[in-house]
Structure formats: structure tokens, C-alpha cells
Design a protein around this ligand. Structure first.
Ligand code: F0G
Length: 449
């Protein structure tokens, strides 16, 4: 499995050996982020098995008794030869997540088919697990005792779990009062040192940058290029689940903008290796109160990005200064994807619609459906197009949001006006009753009408 990899700066293209990477993961020359490259893959003489042998091997491994073979990240390990020794792998059996059909939603959107890749069905309930198994295994191989991240919640939950599995310590910096209880509970339960700072996510990132420069702590935010190697594997799974066809569109929520870049890398590498014939258009959707990429694309064509003060109830993507924005711009440009923003009401409605399909997701994930609806209205996605939505987190990550929506306590009246009818149709409040059968029967009758 093990090959030689290098790191290439995504800004100035400088290539460096892995050992020379600084603790902040930024290029000493231009300050941009690195990506992992595999020199053996270039040109006709690449050292890879042929595509059909790989596809067969990856499917066979799912039947293996070994955790590493069954993992939805490491069964594709030929695509991420980043470790020197497989015994350093820390796995919780991540990946292998379902690709669900959404037939009722497709019908409502006038489309033939809409599917959802549910990354919330990972061990800690979010897509972060696929990146964490990769980068935390690297931390272990490099001999670190401590790992750290700043987070809106999911990264911290994933990091704390994988660190605990490896017998390592983890430091979590969170914006005080701005993450959901489910995620906070996970980080505590998995034994992290949890520090809630009086700032937002972007402030936590700034503080952590200095901490890692002054203490021997391995940074596990998505500036870490090994996270991206794990997070590209859902692209492989989507292709595999579609018999090595790829959809026309993949729609992703955007926060710190690492996930969109990771999926783009995955799809582009598959094409380069002859595993698939083309790449999907990768589109990124942001909440309109946390929309620095949308603004950057509209105002400067993606040349510059101005940080914003982020506001959204989808707390996972409440990010104003996304680290991986240049990588994301590149993926959107290279794949022909789109960038769009959606309102708080559009997010809440989309989340309830995904729930009503029996699937559910956290608010930040529903942004992808809200985005698809908008792109359909603008006729940027055709009725025949095959679409895969990325659902990034599990519905149980943020039950407060769900309950508030259904009780009518989430949105302000002004936010509701444009979507009042949809909201009324989707809301399912609970009813408090006397413990008498006839009272229950009456409710049943009322609901059946
Ligand atoms: N969806 C969920 C559920 C997330 O937790 C995040 C990011 C995103 C979407 C956006 O992904 O940052 O790669 O663009 N959560 C981070 C965290 C930042 O700390 O858990 P992105």
C-alpha cells in the first residue's frame, strides 16, 4: 500500500517532502495550503494496477474480517498511500455510507432522480470521520501524543473519538455557546480537553494557530492535507455505488470549504487513473448569513475573499473566513460547478423535507437540498440530470433545532413569510394529552382527515 507522497503548495506549486511540512501546514513561501500528490501517478508509466483490478479488490475487501479492509476509507488505500506502516491506522469502521434515493423529493422537483450520500451515517455521525481516520493515523505514525482542532462541533467529536481509540490526548477549541449539545457531549464523552472560548469559530482558529506553534500538538483542522485524503473517499464510494458512472451534479454545503475540495480531488484523481470517464459538476451552497465564497465569486470571480461576520442557525457552517477557499474555487472552476446561497427558512424547510423522507440530517446538511431547489428554479439543473446531494451530519447532532422548528419557535415571522405554506405543511408538533384511549383515538381521527 505504501508509496512515496509529496506535498504541493496549491498557491505557488512548490513541492516539498512530507518531513519538511511546518506545524501550521502552510507554505513558507506564499502562505497557501498544501495538497498531497503522488508522483508515481503521473504520465503513462504510472505504477498503479489497472482500474478493473482495483474495482474488484476494493469490493472484495468489504467481505474481509480485517477492520482496515472493511473501512470505507482504507479499503481504497491504493488511492491514499500516506502511511509508512499500516499498523498505525486508527479506524472506527468509517465510510461505506448509504446512497439513498429521494423519490418524493425528486417528484416535487420535477426530476427523474435525486440521491443523497449520507455521510452522517459514519461512526461519530458526520463526514469528518473519513478525514479523521487518515490524519489521525498520520499523527500517530509521527509519534504525537496530543492532537488539536478548532471546531463548530463535528470535527471535535470525530477527533476526540479517534484520539481516544489511539490512546492519544485531544485538545478542542470551541466557540462558546455556538455549537450544538450533541456535538459538545460527544467531545466530552470521548475524553477531550474541551475549551470553550469567548469568540466565534474563526477566532478559535486564530488562537489555535499560535498554540500549535508553541506546543508539540498536531493540528487536525482541515488545513491538514491528510484530512483531505480521507475525505475524498466518499467520491470513490459514490462512483462505486453508481457502477462507476458519476452523477452530473454533486451538491455540497460549504463552511470551511475543505469537503468540496476533497470530493473534487477524489473525482479528478479517479478520472486521471481511468476509473471513471468524467467528473461531476461540484456545486457549493452556503447559508446567506455565512456566505464569503458566494460573495467572492460574485464580486471578484473567486480571485479574492473577504472574511464576513458569520450568522446562521446551521451552526456547523457558521464560518466567515474559510481556510480552504482557494481550493474550493479551483474545484468549482475545474468541474464547472456553481455557487449559491440559501436563507434560514429555506434551510429549515429542506431539513424537514429530508426528515419526512425518513432520512434526516443536521441543519448544515440540508443546505445542499435547499441549494438544489434554487438551482432547479434557475434552470441550472435539468430535469434529467442525475444529482447526488451530500448530507454531512446526522439528524441527532442537533435535535434542539428540529424541535424548535416543529414547535414554530425556530424562525422569526419575517423569516417565515416567503415560505409560510411549506412550513405549515411540514410542521409536526407533539400533542399533550390525558392518558385516556378515547383522547388518543380522537387525535388519530383528526390526523387521518
Ligand atoms: N456540514 C457539517 C455537518 C459540518 O460539520 C461542516 C463543517 C460542513 C458541512 C462544512 O464542511 O467546512 O468542509 O466546508 N464543520 C466543521 C467542524 C468546520 O468544525 O466540524 P467544510
Amino acid at each position: 500500500m505504501m508509496g512515496i507522497h509529496q506535498l504541493r503548495c496549491t498557491g505557488c506549486a512548490r513541492e516539498i517532502a512530507q518531513e519538511t511540512l511546518g506545524g501550521n501546514f502552510r507554505c513558507a513561501d506564499c502562505g497557501d495550503l498544501f495538497e498531497v500528490v503522488y508522483p508515481g501517478w503521473n504520465g503513462a508509466g504510472h505504477t498503479h494496477p489497472n482500474p478493473s483490478a482495483l474495482r474488484w479488490l476494493w469490493r472484495e475487501r468489504r467481505m474481509s474480517a480485517e477492520t482496515v479492509d472493511r473501512s470505507g476509507v482504507w479499503r481504497f488505500r491504493e488511492m491514499l498511500p500516506i502511511l509508512s506502516d499500516e499498523r498505525n491506522i486508527v479506524s472506527l469502521g468509517e465510510g461505506n455510507t448509504p446512497l439513498y434515493e429521494l423519490p418524493r423529493l425528486a417528484e416535487r422537483l420535477g426530476m427523474q432522480r435525486v440521491r443523497a450520500k449520507h455521510q452522517g451515517m459514519n461512526p461519530t455521525g458526520s463526514f469528518k470521520d473519513t478525514g479523521m481516520t487518515a490524519a489521525l493515523s498520520v499523527a500517530r505514525e509521527r509519534g504525537f501524543t496530543w492532537v488539536a482542532c478548532a471546531s463548530t462541533g463535528n470535527t471535535s467529536a470525530a477527533m476526540a473519538a479517534y484520539a481516544a481509540r489511539a490512546g492519544m490526548r485531544s485538545l478542542v477549541l470551541l466557540p462558546e455557546g455556538k455549537i450544538s449539545w450533541g456535538k459538545l457531549a460527544q467531545a466530552i464523552d470521548y475524553g477531550a480537553l474541551v475549551l470553550q472560548l469567548k469568540t466565534d469559530f474563526d477566532g478559535c482558529v486564530r488562537v489555535l494557530a499560535e498554540v500549535v506553534s508553541r506546543a508539540p500538538v498536531y493540528l487536525l483542522n482541515s488545513v491538514n492535507p491528510y484530512r483531505i485524503e480521507g475525505q475524498k473517499t466518499p467520491a470513490l464510494e459514490i462512483a462505486e455505488q453508481m457502477e462507476w458512472e458519476v452523477p452530473e451534479h454533486v451538491i455540497v454545503p460549504g463552511g470551511n470549504l475543505a469537503n468540496s475540495s476533497a470530493l473534487g480531488k477524489g473525482f479528478m484523481e479517479m478520472k486521471r487513473l481511468g476509473l471513471t470517464a468524467r467528473v461531476p459538476k461540484i456545486s457549493i451552497i452556503q447559508a446567506d448569513g455565512a456566505n464569503p465564497l458566494v460573495r467572492s465569486m460574485r464580486e471578484t470571480g473567486g480571485e479574492r475573499l473577504e472574511a464576513v461576520e458569520a450568522q446562521t442557525r446551521a451552526s456547523a457552517i457558521r464560518i466567515g473566513n474559510p481556510a480552504s477557499w482557494r481550493k474550493a474555487v479551483r474545484v468549482v472552476r475545474e468541474t464547472g460547478g456553481l455557487v449559491e446561497q440559501v436563507s434560514e427558512a429555506e434551510i429549515a424547510v429542506a431539513k424537514a423535507e429530508i426528515g419526512a423522507e425518513g432520512i434526516g440530517c443536521e441543519p448544515a446538511s440540508a443546505v445542499s437540498l435547499a441549494g438544489l431547489k434554487k438551482l432547479r428554479q434557475q434552470e441550472k439543473v435539468s430535469a434529467e440530470a442525475s444529482v447526488v446531494l451530500l448530507l454531512t451530519g446526522h439528524t441527532l447532532k442537533d435535535p434542539d433545532y428540529t424541535i424548535q422548528f416543529h414547535r414554530g419557535e425556530l424562525l422569526t415571522e419575517a423569516e417565515c413569510t416567503a415560505m409560510a405554506a411549506e412550513i405549515r405543511e411540514l410542521r409536526r408538533n407533539t400533542v399533550e394529552l390525558e392518558a385516556r384511549p378515547d383522547a388518543v383515538l380522537r387525535e388519530l381521527e383528526l390526523a387521518g382527515r
